[in-house]
Design a protein around this ligand. Structure first.
Ligand SMILES: [Zn+2]
Length: 409
């Protein structure tokens, strides 16, 4: 039976989450999606579904979720579910900071969350500290992630922490801003904590390649804001920060944008994007094209099943979950392949599909296995599954940047 997409009434975003402009524009509606960390056992009730759509700000340009899921739906209890962020570029980030902030031993640097420790430990020539989640951020739940930290980071709390510790010279908040439900408040809190002309270090994923490739796996309910280089600089400028240094860190799946700037308390600073990305990909074109890709992918998947073949997706992560849900693939899939024993004890959030180890590629006679993992690790997985390939199995990738990209049109 074909999957019917439920049409939701389009909610309106009354003001931009970054610059508070009321000039917001609806971009696209992805439907109601499973929350990607809600792994359930067979006995548990069906997962909560969250309407996910995008608006774009006409002023700062940031693409953002229209509605955010309730925080209690985002928190999970799985100790094995961790999101590892790349650290290979942190020596360069530390060097950029030392140079651009003219670091001195008497400078005080604070990190918003434990995710900031890998950079802070490279800056121990200064006084470095992390906020204590319980004593400083008043986080009372035992297991939490950035969804909780961002909610606690308010101007009032920053003011109290400034009274407790004194104003800081430098604040580091990596992998945080894209999670902020109210980024204007988040950035104002950073301003409140810092000395005049204090330094802020931000790192966010770059969504321009996903916009350009019509890659829906960029959608993640935990990411509220979808930056490109241009919109990051414009958004931070609108929030009263001046750019001192910017670095793009290339990645096969998604570049990272590292930004170092200082508080100006002026929203007149003109941020000029670097020459690397003269213009952003058009999100209207993304909105127009992804539903066509959905149809093409469903036709391809349907033809495999009709011919008696079997289809699986490799990688039980949030990107696979979004791919399956947005593209309506669950009805065509035999299983999700993932070698994490912890995940295999649960059903996958999208489609409640079984999660099996790579031996299932042969045991279940999977004809096509669709990668939803970083293209940078595909070769390693293929070489570990040489017998599957030798027996006629085929790996393809959902990412256009992969050499195994599935090209349907
Ligand atoms: Zn805006």
């Amino acid at each position: 039976m074909p999957t019917m997409r439920k049409e939701n009434p389009i909610k309106v975003l009354s003001h931009c989450r970054v610059c508070r402009s009321t000039q917001t524009r609806f971009v696209t509606d992805f439907g109601e999606l499973a929350v990607t960390n809600q792994f359930k056992t067979n006995a548990e009730k069906a997962a909560f579904r969250q309407p996910i759509s995008w608006h774009e700000c006409g002023h700062c340009g940031v693409v953002q979720l229209t509605e955010t899921p309730p925080l209690e739906q985002l928190r999970h209890e799985f100790p094995w579910l961790v999101y590892r962020e790349p650290e290979g570029h942190l020596d360069a980030t530390a060097a950029d900071l030392i140079h651009n902030a003219d670091l001195k031993p008497q400078h005080c640097i604070v990190g918003l969350s434990q995710d900031d420790w890998p950079l802070l430990k490279r800056l121990q020539m200064c006084s470095v500290q992390l906020f204590d989640p319980v004593l400083d951020l008043d986080i009372t739940c035992s297991r939490y992630g950035m969804e909780t930290v961002q909610a606690q980071w308010t101007v009032d709390r920053a003011r109290r922490l400034r009274q407790k510790y004194g104003a800081f010279d430098i604040m580091v908040a990596r992998y945080a801003l894209e999670h902020a439900h109210d980024a204007a408040e988040f950035l104002a809190a950073c301003q409140e904590l810092l000395i005049p002309e204090g330094i802020l270090v931000i790192e966010v994923p770059d969504c321009s390649q996903a916009f350009r490739d019509f890659d829906v796996t960029v959608v993640w309910e935990e990411h509220v804001l979808y930056f490109t280089e241009r919109t990051l600089l414009q958004g931070l400028s609108a929030a009263g920060f001046e750019t001192l240094h910017f670095r793009r860190v290339p990645d096969p799946l998604e570049d990272r944008l590292v930004w170092i700037g200082r508080t100006t308390h002026s929203t007149k600073a003109q941020a000029q994007p670097s020459a690397i990305v003269p213009t952003d990909p058009d999100v209207s074109r993304f909105a127009e094209q992804w539903p066509k890709q959905r149809e093409a992918l469903r036709v391809w998947a349907g033809s495999i099943c009709k011919d008696g073949g079997r289809l699986a997706v490799f990688g039980a992560g949030h990107r696979a979950c979004t791919l399956i849900d947005v593209m309506g693939l669950a009805e065509f899939l035999d299983c999700i392949i993932d070698d994490s024993a912890e995940k295999q004890a649960f059903c996958f959030p999208a489609g409640a599909l079984p999660i099996r180890g790579s031996e299932a590629l042969l045991d279940r006679k999977i004809s096509y296995c669709l990668f939803a993992v970083n293209p940078g690790v595909e070769d390693r997985i293929v070489s570990r599954n040489a017998e599957y390939v030798a027996n006629g199995g085929t790996f393809v990738s959902c990412y256009p940047s992969s050499s195994r990209a599935l090209r349907l049109r």
